[in-house]
Design a protein around this ligand. Structure first.
Ligand code: ATP
Ligand code: MG
Length: 394
């Protein structure tokens, strides 16, 4: 039986004149994500995008799974294509939806006839197909208000599509339509979730990771790559910049008061990140901070961090509880990776009593013993990059 995937776009429907651009971006993202599975015809008509496999050996379960992670899709469904006559439609519905119909106790039929040349009108299609299914599945009864399953038939130009329920899409806006931003990524739970949330708002990603060998291991860096590969299932591919941070942390330890270690370290991260971001076409930074979660995430600490950065800093988790963040990290399959116990550079020189309400003037004074500009530029100059893509087969 020939199958097809029908996609309803989501929020992009609201974008007025930009609609075309958003839809083109969405189709490009869908195409790119499923292309490795084989050839597909993808076309859009009447706010539906049709994805038709062009050969029989294509794994449509896998295609549907990939499509479920593309932002900009409200919902989608799988349908089988029947010939445009009632015998064929009835046979297709009974066979294609057999399992669902057997599991249901009530159903209804919904019909749309966009090919006006088709002999039966929509209500007639409903009546005939409904009668046929009642005969074929005698345990079923019709419930037009709250059915367990709705069987939908659409008679279109080159065939009749028969489908059951719809599957929720990933929501959001097509990645890339909102520009590019750089996410500061650690091996923790929060930053991968922050990356996912901004990709959902249409932003394509670059990633910046600070590593402090030998205090942090190669394995810790591999964990970060693993997290990003998982995020890439949603955001699409990205470049990860790995910044050598050891020298800076040692300088901070040598020259600055212990209670300001963390805040100064975060200011160094922001300075370096902004420079890398600008050089690579990013218009904003993204962090996984959540207000009050740790000493460096108080309002006063965030004010001191932002003071060194003139780019917008997106903090999508700022108002969320850890529990709420974990729900998302489980959903996007990063949680199990995040909780693997590898050291992060932030945990290497943690002060015993970090200042929770740092005052900018004193933080700036504390930094004056270091050659900040040289340290920042050297870190940028020694940054390495790796390409990250979702490992669909892994
Ligand atoms: P996460 O779970 O994302 O590690 P966290 O709750 O542990 O967050 P912090 O360690 O204070 O919080 O880090 C706050 C934010 O700073 C992180 O969400 C991330 O955006 C950034 N960050 C922390 N460590 C690194 C690092 N090694 N490389 C890049 N960014 C980092
Ligand atoms: Mg962390």
């Amino acid at each position: 039986m020939k199958e097809i995937i029908l996609i309803k776009d989501g929020e992009i429907a609201l974008k007025g004149l930009n609609r075309r651009n958003f839809e083109d971006a969405l189709i490009k993202n869908i195409r790119w994500r499923i292309a490795p599975l084989g050839s597909f015809e993808i076309r859009s008509a009447q706010s539906t995008i049709f994805v038709r496999p062009l050969s029989d050996d294509i794994d449509l379960d896998e295609a549907a799974d990939r499509i479920s992670k593309v932002f900009g899709i409200a919902c989608f469904s799988r349908a089988c294509i029947a010939e445009k006559n009632m015998d064929s439609i009835q046979e297709a519905a009974a066979e294609y939806l057999q399992e669902d119909l057997e599991a249901a106790s009530t159903f209804k039929v919904n019909a749309k006839r966009s090919d006006k040349g088709f002999a039966l009108k929509s209500p007639d299609i409903c009546r005939e197909l409904g009668g046929y299914l009642l005969e074929r599945f005698p345990h079923l009864s019709v419930d037009v208000h709250n059915p367990d399953i709705t069987v939908t038939v659409e008679v279109r130009d080159f065939g009749a599509y028969v489908r059951g329920g719809v599957i929720p899409g990933a929501g959001g806006i097509p990645v890339g339509t909102g520009g590019k931003a750089a996410v500061l990524i650690s091996g923790g739970i929060d930053s991968p979730v922050a990356a996912y949330m901004m990709a959902k708002r249409g932003i394509s990603l670059a990633a910046i990771h600070f590593a402090s060998p030998p205090y942090t291991s190669e394995r810790a860096e591999e964990k970060v790559r693993q997290l990003l590969r998982q995020v890439a299932a949603y955001s699409g591919r990205m470049v990860m910049y790995t910044v050598p941070f050891t020298e800076i942390q040692e300088q901070i330890r040598e020259h600055c008061p212990e209670e300001l270690f963390t805040i100064i370290m975060r200011r160094m991260m922001m300075r370096i990140s902004e420079r890398i971001a600008r050089a690579n076409g990013c218009g904003a930074l993204i962090t996984g901070e959540s207000l009050g979660q740790v000493a460096s995430q108080t309002m006063q600490a965030i004010a001191c961090t932002d003071a060194v950065c003139s780019m917008p800093v997106f903090r999508p988790l700022i108002g969320m509880d850890k529990d709420e963040i974990i729900v998302i990290s489980r959903k996007i399959d990063t949680f199990e990776i995040s909780i693997q116990p590898y050291e992060d550079c932030c945990t290497v020189f943690t002060p015993k009593h970090p200042r929770t309400k740092p005052v900018l003037k004193y933080v700036e004074q504390a930094e004056s013993g270091m050659d900040v500009e040289t340290l920042v530029q050297e870190a940028v100059d020694h940054t390495k990059f790796t390409k990250i893509d979702y490992d669909f087969l892994g």
